[in-house]
Structures are given as structure tokens and as C-alpha cells.
Design a binder for this molecule. Structure first.
Ligand code: COA
Length: 320
């Protein structure tokens, strides 16, 4: 017995922010952003929150799976941008959708968070501990951007994706993941300083700070490692893969990874031109689009891989 993805959903803010619109806010231009990243526009939350996007994506995934909220025994929301620290976003989703039998928690592994969440649910389901889980990747990254820093604010966007998972004869074949905390400084977002009656620490920046080139090098090295490790564990060759769904950070990262793997770029769907980098949400949104568009067919052999702040990385190999 393994676990499999029974349904997918996604939700995006209504507001579209084009590169040209961004150029009126910060010193940048459409050509630079397209050439260096492949991003043309992104969605930015105005009325939406991490919670409302999560709820909308979850409802669609449940309907797609044909599973009732009461059947869900675990909700994990992967996010680094919750609306608040307590109650956690999964509890808020539970209340909204009526998943009264679920345990609920958040998971932060940055852009690898959704993959970590899927692996966690896989462990629970394949071991028989529980049957159905709802895994959501959701972000409102716009609230942790320094909108005066053109090196970061042009890259990211808001959104959410969700999957319902359950037991299955076929589905997840192999998992792979890891972290390197010693390189955490190349992609950071400050936290609240320790301030109490006994100590007053310096505040750190509340915004995302990134060494773009170091992150780029990490990503193009790590993705082939993940895909090769998954293939070896699954006893298949990377050339057997029908689709590779990667975290959507930068088109050049995806192209370089495809080249290093010796695979055709056509099997790497890309939607970052429309949404930018939505961190924990990106693979879940891409998966929903591949599912609904028919790119994913029954029996497709697919690898999914995420990488990001931490540094963290994780992937799965599955038969759709
Ligand atoms: N618009 C216009 N110019 C910009 C710009 C922007 N938005 N951002 C940076 N520049 C300028 C820089 O100031 C620099 O100018 P200079 O040469 O006069 O100093 C020049 O463009 C080159 O900057 P650099 O940072 O060297 O560009 P790059 O080719 O490394 O591309 C990234 C920058 C961020 C696109 C690239 O490093 C990247 O994609 N890294 C990975 C980031 C990522 O995916 N992070 C999330 C992972 S989960």
C-alpha cells in the first residue's frame, strides 16, 4: 500500500501586477525581469489572505477528489507567511471547511514546504495511521517583500494550491529530501527580536533578503541530484519520466536543470510567467494546472521537486 493524490485545487488573488506596473513602483523594467527570470506578471493579494486562499484551494481539491471534509484526518498548511502565529492556518482552514476529524498544523520549509507536507502525509497514510489528508501550500509573500528592493520584489507572488491524499495501490514510489542549515544565510527573512523586561535585542529586517546567485547555483545543482536520487530509488531512468514539476523560481533555473539532466524542456511545465515565485504554493498550483489541463494522464510517471530557504529541498516520484 502506498499513498496517492486524489484531487487538486488552487486559488490565486484577483489582482494582476505586470512587470510594467512594477516598473512604476521600483527601478526595474519588463525586459530585465523577463530575460533574467521568465516572469511576466504575478498575483498580489489585496482582499485575500493566506487563510482565504488556502480555504478556496482546499474546497476545490476536496471536490476534485470526491472526499468529504469529515473524511480528512490531517491538514497541513505549508507556508512561511501565515496571517498570524496562532491559531495556525490549518486550524483556520479546518473551521471554514468543517473538517472536524482532522489534526491540523503548519509546516515551514520555505519553497520546499509543500513537498515536505506531501511526504509527511505519505508517511501517515502508507503506514496505515490515517486515511485521508489535505495538504496545502499557501503564501502571501507580498507582505514580506521590501518593495524598494528590485532584487527581490520582482520575483515573488501570492497564491495557494492544495491536494487531497489517500491510500492507493499505485501512487508515490519514492521520496527524497534534505536540508543544509549551514547555508541558511543566503535566503532569509527576519524574525521578531527578543524584547522583554530583561533584554532588548536589535530588530532584524522583516523582509526577504537573498543572495540570488548563491541560490541559483544551489538550485541548479540540487534539482538534478533530487531527480537522479528519486529515479534510482524508483528503479527508473530520468528519461522514463513523462513530466517533471519543479518549484517555479526562475525559468533559467528550470532550463539549466533540464539540460544537466539531459531531458527535453517540454516535460518541465512552467507557469512562473503568470505567477512569479509563490514559494510553498508553486508546485501545488502547477500540479493543479497539469491535472486539470490533461498534461497529467493516468499512469504518467512524474517527478516533483522543491528547493528553497533553509536551505531545504524535497521531491517525490509518483505514478499518476
Ligand atoms: N531590474 C533591473 N535591474 C536589476 C534588477 C531588476 N529587478 N535586479 C537587479 N538588477 C541589476 C543589478 O543591480 C545588477 O546591476 P549592476 O550590474 O549594475 O550592478 C544587474 O541587474 C545584475 O544583477 P545580478 O543580481 O547579478 O543578476 P542575476 O543575473 O544574478 O539575476 C536573479 C538575479 C535574482 C534573477 C538571479 O540571481 C536568480 O534568479 N537567483 C535565484 C533566485 C531565486 O530563485 N530565489 C528563490 C529560490 S526559492
Amino acid at each position: 500500500m502506498t499513498s496517492s493524490i486524489l484531487g487538486t485545487g488552487s486559488a490565486l488573488p484577483e489582482k494582476i501586477v505586470t512587470n510594467d506596473l512594477l516598473a512604476t513602483i521600483v527601478d526595474t523594467n519588463d525586459e530585465w525581469i523577463r530575460d533574467r527570470t521568465g516572469i511576466c506578471e504575478r498575483r498580489i493579494a489585496t482582499t485575500e489572505t493566506t487563510t482565504t486562499l488556502s480555504v478556496d484551494a482546499a474546497r476545490i481539491a476536496l471536490e476534485d477528489a470526491g472526499i468529504s471534509p469529515e473524511e480528512i484526518e490531517l491538514i497541513i498548511v505549508a507556508t512561511l507567511t501565515p496571517d498570524g502565529s496562532m491559531p495556525n492556518t490549518a486550524c483556520k482552514v479546518q473551521a471554514e471547511i468543517g473538517a472536524t476529524n482532522a489534526m491540523c498544523y503548519e509546516l515551514n520549509a520555505a519553497c520546499a514546504g509543500f513537498m515536505y507536507g506531501v511526504q509527511t502525509a505519505h508517511a501517515f497514510i502508507s503506514s496505515g495511521i490515517l486515511k485521508h489528508a489535505l495538504i496545502i501550500g499557501a503564501e502571501t509573500l507580498s507582505k514580506i517583500m521590501d518593495w524598494t528592493d528590485r532584487g527581490t520584489c520582482v520575483l515573488f507572488g501570492d497564491g495557494a494550491g492544495a491536494v487531497v491524499m489517500g491510500p492507493s495501490k499505485e501512487g508515490i514510489i519514492a521520496v527524497e529530501g534534505g536540508a543544509d542549515g549551514s547555508k541558511g544565510h543566503v535566503l532569509t527573512c527576519g524574525n521578531a527580536p527578543l524584547i522583554n523586561p530583561f533584554v532588548r535585542n536589535e530588530a532584524t529586517s522583516p523582509y526577504v533578503d537573498m543572495d540570488g546567485q548563491e541560490v541559483f547555483k544551489f538550485a541548479v545543482r540540487k534539482i538534478p541530484e533530487i531527480v537522479n536520487a528519486l529515479s534510482a530509488k524508483g528503479n527508473v531512468s530520468p528519461s522514463d519520466l513523462d513530466l517533471v514539476l519543479l518549484h517555479q523560481a526562475n525559468k533559467r533555473i528550470i532550463q539549466t536543470a533540464a539540460k544537466r539532466l539531459g531531458l527535453n524542456e517540454d516535460i518541465f511545465p512552467i507557469n512562473l510567467s503568470k505567477y512569479g515565485n509563490t514559494s510553498a504554493a508553486s508546485i501545488a498550483i502547477l500540479l493543479d494546472e497539469a491535472n486539470k489541463s490533461g498534461q497529467l494522464k493516468k499512469g504518467s510517471l512524474v517527478a516533483l521537486a522543491g528547493f528553497g530557504g533553509g536551505l531545504t529541498w524535497a521531491g517525490i516520484l509518483m505514478k499518476w
